[in-house]
Design a protein around this ligand. Sequence first.
Ligand code: DQA
Length: 147
Amino acid sequence: MSTMLLLNGPNLGILGRREPEIYGTDTLADIEQAVANEVSGQGCRVLSLQRESEGDPVSAVHEHGPDSVGAVVNPGALMIAGWSRRDALASYEHPWIEVHLSNVWAREQFRHESIIAPLASGVVVGLGVFGYRLAARALLYVTGAVR
Ligand code: DQA
């Protein structure tokens, strides 16, 4: 069975009670379940890692990256200036897709640029939890797990 990484950055562990008018009321556990449901029929399991600091996600990519086939990544605010995470993703040898629950381009100016987006296979923004599901499904195609 292949492993898909689900990487969530700072402040995404408190989804459900974090600014629900922006991020909705689904929790990270709900997202994990939705992504797992999306890929389980394709012989793929999901390894979910959520970290608050910048260094921890870097270690997660180093530690679990080699055994995975692809990743769905919501960097949170590390999209703006998480350079070490950006470099960790640059060294990741499998496809990955960047996801944001909210439409970052409809929000404050500082959220309009992602330093990791140029490295991603694709980017999904503004579709809430459904965006994670779309990204996971797209990854199955990108990685060749389904045709
Ligand atoms: C977010 C958008 C980011 O700007 C913000 O810092 C987050 C959540 C989203 O999923 O919409 O933490 O990545």
